[in-house]
Write a protein that binds this ligand. Structure first.
Ligand code: PLP
Length: 455
């Protein structure tokens, strides 16, 4: 592969010009944007048009779990494109049949039937509709700091600054306190805390009308964009038991945490918990073709045996996305990537702890597998964040933003993550040499945030 990639067509300057003139870029004010131009990618590396390469410590928005541009996934897409790229969503196709069966096999417990959509947001919209419809109840509880998607329903159950433009939001979406040990909302310390964050879920369910009124609890097994927040080990088993007690549907939003990201097939596998609905996207086909899935247990699927399942999209079960997902899941199995991610994750966590010892600005490191977060603070005692997640312009040039810019300059792309957290989520096949390269750049540039540290 030659390094210089933009030989014909638009050059980088024209691409940037057209994009800023004709495209609305998500999640940011448009004025003064100067987007990175990506020309090609392979494995853990992304190239700009001049051929400069960047180590991808983000898997983009945490989706290229297999690495960029996997040959097996590409071949499956090309083969399907030549045969039958898409048909209406009620017809059966071989890749859809195969993917449905594969998902039933790899997801935990008796999760069995999948509804296919085109991303995580739609997967969650489907889950919310199913939970409300199947139970005949309306209220859905979700945790502050979560992100479940950008349309009205998914955003209503999300709870970060991105909600603000869509408020007032969909009724009966209620927020509860998150399990965030580093900044415990209950003023407690684990393990003496008695897992008050889980007990809080039961309190709110009861206060909101209990089994008669609450339809569902939705949550990311480990918060992603909210700052890679890992709950205490008791949390999800306790929430599962509470949901059973009050006949509440438990929806696990595994859009980021699935497909090996946390060193297990699914985030909930870390605690042996089987949700009633699991939502998937991103890693399901390593982000190669837009795809989401809402996987439900038989007791929910049965509700739609005689009454119609009144939900769908033109592209539900799009054959290219189906073929790509079958190839990706087979590649995870073939390469034993999930087991590999667990091992590499242990190495990454060890190295992150070393950074924590060295840099005063590192308040906490946390995560599982290759889903890690580094929380940067101005002071370890007060835990004052170095950066607030506010997107109103002008975007503050905090030391965290400067740190990220410097790392990019030195060839490592790192995602901002929620608030004062940087996320480290490389493709699962990353080698320890590649990790070391990225971590050295982080180590050097954390001095920028250390300089902001107030003793
Ligand atoms: C946990 C979680 N759920 C849902 C979504 C929304 O997925 P999408 O952007 O594919 O619609 C995201 C996106 O980052 C996510 O992280």
């Amino acid at each position: 592969m030659s390094d210089k990639v933009q030989k014909e067509g638009l050059d980088a300057e024209a691409i940037r010009k057209y994009e800023t003139e004709y495209v609305l870029t998500p999640w940011t004010a448009q004025k003064g944007l100067n987007p990175f131009v990506a020309a090609k990618a392979k494995g853990c590396w992304v190239y700009n048009p001049e051929g400069k390469k960047y180590l991808d410590f983000t898997s983009q928005f945490v989706f290229t779990n297999l690495g960029h541009c996997d040959d097996r996934v590409n071949a499956a897409i090309a083969k399907q494109a030549a045969l039958l790229p898409s048909v209406n969503s009620q017809w059966a196709t071989e890749p859809k049949a195969r993917l449905g069966k594969l998902l039933a096999e790899v997801t935990p417990g008796d999760l069995k039937k999948s509804f296919f959509s085109t991303g995580g947001t739609e997967a969650n919209e489907g889950a919310l509709k199913i939970a409300r419809w199947a139970t005949g109840k309306q209220k859905v509880l979700s945790r502050w700091r979560s992100y479940h998607g950008s349309t009205m329903g998914a955003m209503a159950v999300s709870a970060d600054y991105r909600n603000w433009c869509a408020e007032p939001s969909v009724p009966n979406a209620l927020h509860i306190l998150p399990p965030y040990c580093y900044r415990c909302h209950f003023g407690a310390t684990y393990p003496a805390c008695d897992i008050q964050c889980a007990k809080h879920v039961e309190d709110v369910i009861r206060l909101e009308g209990g089994a008669r009124r609450v339809a569902a609890v939705i949550g990311e097994p480990i918060f992603g964009a909210g700052g890679v927040i890992v709950p205490p080990d008791e949390y999800w088993p306790m929430v599962r038991a509470i949901c059973d007690k009050y006949e509440v549907v438990l929806i696990a939003d595994e859009v980021m945490t699935a497909f090996g990201r946390t060193g297990k097939w699914f985030g909930m596998d870390n605690w042996g918990v089987v949700p009633d609905i699991m939502t998937l996207a991103k890693g399901i086909n390593s982000g190669s073709v837009p795809l989401g899935a809402t996987v439900v247990r038989p007791w929910l699927a049965e509700k739609f045996e005689t009454q119609p399942y009144l939900h769908g999209h033109t592209y539900s079960g799009h054959a290219l996305a189906m073929a790509a997902a079958v190839a990706a899941i087979e590649a995870y199995q073939q390469d034993k990537l999930i087991e590999k991610a667990a091992k590499t994750g242990e190495y990454l966590m060890k190295k992150l702890h070393e950074l924590q010892e060295k840099h005063p600005c590192v308040g906490e490191v946390r995560g599982k597998g290759l889903f890690c977060g580094v929380e940067i603070v101005k002071n370890r005692q007060t835990k004052e964040p170095i950066h607030e997640a506010l997107m109103e312009p002008p975007r503050p040039a905090t030391s965290k933003m400067k740190f990220l810019g410097k790392c990019m300059e030195e060839g490592v792309y790192i995602m901002a993550g929620g608030a004062s957290v940087i996320m480290i989520c490389p493709p699962l096949a990353i080698t320890t040499e590649e990790l070391d390269f990225g971590l050295d750049v982080i180590d050097r540039n954390l001095a920028i945030c250390d300089a902001d540290y107030q003793k």
